[in-house]
Design a protein around this ligand. Structure first.
Ligand SMILES: [Zn+2]
Length: 91
């Protein structure tokens, strides 16, 4: 399992690595304050597939994560459209 993780410069070992297994992690969403559980499956995906930093933990509930992702992609689209408009016209 540890071989799939993102490399870390830290010398300390995350709890889940020391334990050798993921377990449900209850957390409170930092945006809306809703209590949720970060499931072992989600942790496995985050650490081993997404190569998330081994010391990061879930901070937002599903609804807020979706909203945040939508907000970011909308901001990126606006940015790209802005760049496109700055290009001199060929005609
Ligand atoms: Zn939330």
């Amino acid at each position: 399992m540890t071989s799939a993780l993102a490399p870390s410069n830290s010398y300390s070992i995350p709890d889940f690595v020391e334990r050798g297994t993921y377990r449900p992690e209850p957390f409170v969403c930092k945006d809306c304050g809703v209590a949720e559980v970060w499931t072992p499956l989600q942790q496995k995906w985050w650490y081993e597939t997404a190569k998330g930093d081994v010391f990061t933990k879930a901070a937002r509930c599903r609804a807020c994560r979706t909203r945040e992702r939508t907000r970011k992609s909308a901001a990126r689209r606006v940015h790209l459209e802005g760049l496109a408009r700055k290009k001199p016209s060929a005609t």
